[in-house]
Design a protein around this ligand. Structure first.
Ligand SMILES: Cc1ncc(COP(=O)(O)O)c(C=O)c1O
Length: 392
């Protein structure tokens, strides 16, 4: 016990201790924290549909019909209908033969990489990929080569070097579609060209693009014009789609392999039936005229917000999506700014290592379609003001 207390104290001293903030209310644009009304500017509920009546109703109906719990792993006590209906819809949504649900994006990435790859295989992974991909690479036992973030020249050199001594086994390039902490996008077109040249597979984690990016919300691959060239489409249901869980859309043989070998799929009780039912409603919403309006609103909101921050001279790294990082560098000032913003009615989370590299702490703002222009204008003005106070 003492060792753990010492570890926590050491984190405290460096401004690195993480703490849960208990809020009341749904993941809407406003939450109540410590008795105060705050503008929520750090939720991944990008389309603002986590409490949409259609999703809530679908979850309620499914709960009445199927009960709350799913009973066991789907391989043990029967695989419930809502999970299958959603998988079929997800495969059609992504244009693949099949799809498989996982309990979370973390479970998906670890389970996909572990289930498909082994020591005879080779993974090429972007340096800023999500922690769940890093852990999945480790669990797979495959040799993993990390290429500098988005650097296609170095990636190509790595593949060329490995090609000389190529042995049998799969080569997999894995990347976030939208990088969760920087808000920039992977160069999917270039990645497709490289993987085709070297007969590798490409896996895209579209946790932050699904439902949001591309003309019809199919995600970053649609936005980049390469839906059919991506081999493994991973995505989450808990961000843009406002629910929970995750999926892989892929060729049927991949899905069947995961059903047989993916430990996070096999050895875990599946999602409650209300979740796939609500996620199905979310996809119908994404495909509706309302979905198109929400995506349009999100782009407008992001444009307004980033223009206001840019005019205040803030560094937003390479963000080109609804994830807007504001570089603050060190942990202590980052958390001081988070606290000051809370005092001014804004909930904007400070992000520190190990989530981001040392020296790259940031405030990670996320824009929602449901924010009003006035809320975003005020938020940007407060952020610029707090930033200027801190750097005076
Ligand atoms: C790129 C990326 N992949 C996977 C995940 C994990 O998804 P989940 O929160 O559903 O576990 C996240 C979560 O933030 C993410 O940003």
């Amino acid at each position: 016990m003492q060792r753990w207390q010492d570890q926590l104290d050491a984190l405290d001293q460096r401004g690195m201790r993480r703490q849960l903030r208990r809020i009341d209310g749904s993941q809407g644009t406003h939450v109540t924290y410590d008795g105060r009304d705050l503008l929520l500017l750090c939720s991944n509920n990008y389309l603002g549909i986590a409490d949409h009546p259609a999703l809530v109703e679908a979850a309620v109906v499914a709960t009445r019909t199927y009960g709350v719990g799913s009973g066991a792993s789907r391989l043990v006590s029967g695989s419930m209908a809502p999970h299958h209906v959603l998988e079929e819809r997800l495969a059609a949504f992504k244009g693949t033969e099949a799809a498989l649900l996982f309990n979370s994006g973390y479970a998906a990435n670890t389970g996909i990489l572990q289930g498909l790859l082994g020591p005879e295989d080779l993974i090429f992974s972007d340096a800023l990929n999500h922690a769940s991909i890093i852990d999945g690479c480790r669990l797979s036992g495959a040799k993993t080569l990390v290429y500098p973030h988005g650097d296609m020249e170095v990636l190509r050199e790595m593949l060329a070097r490995e090609q000389v001594r190529r042995k049998p086994g799969h080569w997999l390039i894995v990347t976030d579609g939208v990088f969760s902490m920087d808000g920039d996008m992977a160069p999917l077109d270039a990645l497709c060209a490289i993987k085709e040249e070297y007969d590798a597979l490409l896996m895209v984690d579209d946790a932050h693009g699904t439902g949001v990016l591309g003309p019809t919300g199919r995600g970053s691959a649609e936005q980049s014009g390469c839906m059919a060239r991506v081999d493994l489409h991973m995505g989450t249901l808990g961000k843009g789609l406002g629910c929970a869980g995750a999926y892989l859309a892929a060729p049927r043989v991949v899905i069947e392999t995961l059903v047989n070998f993916s430990r996070s799929f096999i050895f875990s009780t599946s999602l409650p039936p209300a979740v796939p039912a609500a996620a199905l409603a979310a996809i119908e919403l994404v495909d509706s005229a309302e979905g198109a309006v929400l995506r349009h609103q999100l782009v407008e909101n992001r444009t307004l917000f980033t223009a206001a921050l840019a005019s205040g001279g803030l560094d937003m790294l390479g963000s080109c999506t609804q994830i807007v990082p504001i570089l603050t560098h060190e942990p202590v000032p980052t958390m001081r700014m988070t606290e000051r913003l809370l005092e001014r009615g804004l909930f904007l989370q400070g992000i520190r290592p190990p989530t981001v590299p040392e020296g790259f702490c940031r405030l990670r703002a996320t824009v929602m379609a449901s924010h009003s222009p006035e809320e975003l204008r005020r938020a940007a003005a407060e952020i610029v003001s707090v930033f200027q106070e801190e750097n005076r």
